[in-house]
Every structure is written in structure tokens, then in C-alpha cells.
Design a protein around this ligand. Structure first.
Ligand SMILES: [Zn+2]
Length: 320
């Protein structure tokens, strides 16, 4: 029987209020928890991306340290047979800075500089292309797979403006591409087919993500080099780094200094730079870098099949 007396009604009202209050606080509690979890997830995701970027930077600085070690070995004449060939590729006659400006003729003795841009296309590609056009320089773009009209237009522009469209892998995910030769082959085929569809040009020049001497691959790099050799893909590493992918945030002036410091060591230089949204200083450094390289006697060229190889691990050191 329901209690209809005024006291009973009041009690009911009080009880209902209490129940409502509890319900409201439960809902609020759940909401706050969901909010905390969401914020935590976002923070962790951002941190993950930051760490991924940092990892990539560290890998590239490890490679640069190895190169330094190679230079030292070379100086002291303590060359192992293994890397003698690749070092010989990099170690032609060194030239002096401050030579007279030479016309961009292609004779054997002229030092040659190959500017290379990895990881594009990006927000900076158009700017880089504009500068190259203005300076009448042809370069090499080691691109990754990007979908969409904007990216497609940039791949086409690279080709139309006379640069070398070269491959760097579709996904650029080390753990995926270096998981197996099959995975690597699938990724590279994907990129090659895609670029051929978009531009009408089938690239045969490539750069391994992290370089041929990287230590991120779970399998020996010789497995992937063997595959590249079999497929008729020519890979290029680098012997001069701008440093734009190291942990340091170099200014455009410092990037140029880094390049010029190493440029004088070689007759032919392959300069590692990056075409990525975060690499605005690289684009900024480009015009004065081109001027300084020319002043030092370099002819600037795009990489092609006839370009003298610059490889950290020589392709012909891997048996078929
Ligand atoms: Zn890369």
C-alpha cells in the first residue's frame, strides 16, 4: 500500500532527490573518467609520434658517426677489404675550396654534386622545386608513397622539371619493409607501379630507408641488396650530410656549413637532405648552398644510371 500521508510524500520526495543526486554524480564520475582516459590516450599518442621521430633522427646520426669512423679508417690507411670498394667510390681526388668558378660542363675532372631530398613529397616540395628552377639546378627526389591530387601533382612536377624521381619505399616503416625480403619487394613494387601510373616514368634508382648500412633492419641488409641487384634497382647512399635529420635543430647557415665542411673531401658528393613538412630550414638553406657549391667548383647534377655509385655497402660486395 502506498503511503499517501504528507509525511510519506515528503519522504518519497527526499528519497527521489537522493537517488537523482547519486545518479547525477555517477554520470558525472563516468564522464570525468572518460575525459581523463581520452586526454591520456591523446598525450600518449603524441608522445609515441615524438619518440618515433626521435628514433629516426638517432638512426641517421648513428649512420653519420659510422661515416666519420670510415673517414678516420681511410685516413690511417686501415681499410678492411669489405668496405674498400665503397670508400673508393666516395674517395676520389679531394679538391680545394676557393677554386675559380667553373662553367657547368661535364668533364671528368669537374667535381660533381648531387643534391638529394628524401621522404617527400611534402609541404616544402613546391618551394624546393621553385628554388631549383630559379637556380637552374636538377636534383634527385627519393620519394615515399603519398596519395591524393596534391602529391600526384608534385610527383609529376619533379619529372616534368627534369629532376630524378627515385624511390625510398612506399611506407617508410622500417619494421614493415625490413621484416622480410617479400615485404620489402611488395612495398617497392607498390611504389614503383604507383609512380609509373602517376608520372609515366618507372623509377629504377632508389635509396634504402636509413641507408644500406642501417642497423634497424632485423635481417642482414645483404638480403635486400641482393633483391635490389636482381631487380635492376640501383641504390645510392650519401657521403655528405646536411644534418637536417639529426636531433639538432640546425639553422640554414649551419646546414650549409655542414655540407661545405664535408664537400671538400670528395670529388663527387651526394648530399643528404630531407623534403618534409618540418624541414623548412632545408628549403631556406638551398639557394645559398647551391651558390656556395658552385663557387667551390661543383657542377650540380641529378643522379642517373651513369652516376658514380656512392654506397655505404657496395652492391657488388653481395653475392648473387
Ligand atoms: Zn627517409
Amino acid at each position: 500500500m502506498e503511503d499517501k500521508t504528507p509525511i510519506g510524500l515528503r519522504e518519497q520526495r527526499v528519497r527521489r532527490k537522493r537517488v537523482n543526486k547519486i545518479r547525477t554524480s555517477i554520470v558525472a564520475g563516468v564522464f570525468v573518467w572518460m575525459l581523463i582516459i581520452t586526454v591520456l590516450a591523446v598525450v600518449l599518442l603524441v608522445r609515441l609520434f615524438q619518440l618515433e621521430g626521435r628514433l629516426k633522427e638517432l638512426e641517421e646520426s648513428v649512420i653519420s658517426v659510422e661515416q666519420e669512423v670510415n673517414h678516420e679508417d681511410r685516413k690511417s690507411g686501415a681499410l678492411s677489404e669489405e668496405n674498400a670498394e665503397s670508400v673508393a667510390d666516395m674517395n676520389s681526388v679531394e679538391h680545394e675550396i676557393g677554386e675559380a668558378i667553373q662553367p657547368e660542363a661535364q668533364d671528368e675532372d669537374t667535381p660533381k654534386a648531387y643534391l638529394t631530398f628524401d621522404d617527400g613529397p611534402s609541404e616544402n616540395t613546391a618551394r624546393i622545386l621553385d628554388i631549383l628552377k630559379e637556380k637552374n639546378v636538377k636534383a634527385t627526389f627519393f620519394v615515399i608513397g603519398q596519395e591524393g591530387e596534391e602529391a600526384e601533382a608534385l610527383y609529376r612536377r619533379i619529372v616534368e622539371e627534369g629532376h630524378t624521381l627515385a624511390m625510398h619505399s612506399y611506407s617508410h616503416k622500417y619494421n614493415e619493409i625490413y621484416a622480410s625480403v617479400e615485404a620489402f619487394a611488395e612495398d617497392m613494387n607498390h611504389l614503383q607501379t604507383y609512380l609509373a601510373e602517376v608520372t609515366g616514368v618507372t623509377p629504377t634508382i632508389m635509396r634504402f630507408p636509413g641507408g644500406s648500412s642501417n642497423h634497424v633492419s632485423s635481417l642482414p641488409m645483404s638480403e635486400f641488396i641482393r633483391y635490389a641487384n636482381e631487380k635492376g634497382l640501383t641504390y645510392f647512399d650519401w657521403n655528405v650530410m646536411s644534418g637536417d635529420a639529426t636531433g639538432q635543430a640546425y639553422t640554414p647557415e649551419q646546414l650549409i656549413q655542414n655540407v661545405m665542411k664535408d664537400a671538400v673531401r670528395y670529388q663527387n658528393i651526394v648530399v643528404l637532405m630531407h623534403d618534409a613538412a618540418t624541414k623548412a630550414p632545408t628549403a631556406e638553406a638551398l639557394a645559398p648552398m647551391i651558390d656556395q657549391l658552385r663557387e667551390s667548383g661543383f657542377t650540380l647534377l641529378p643522379i642517373d644510371e651513369d652516376t658514380e655509385l656512392v654506397q655505404h655497402i657496395a652492391a657488388d660486395s653481395v653475392s648473387q
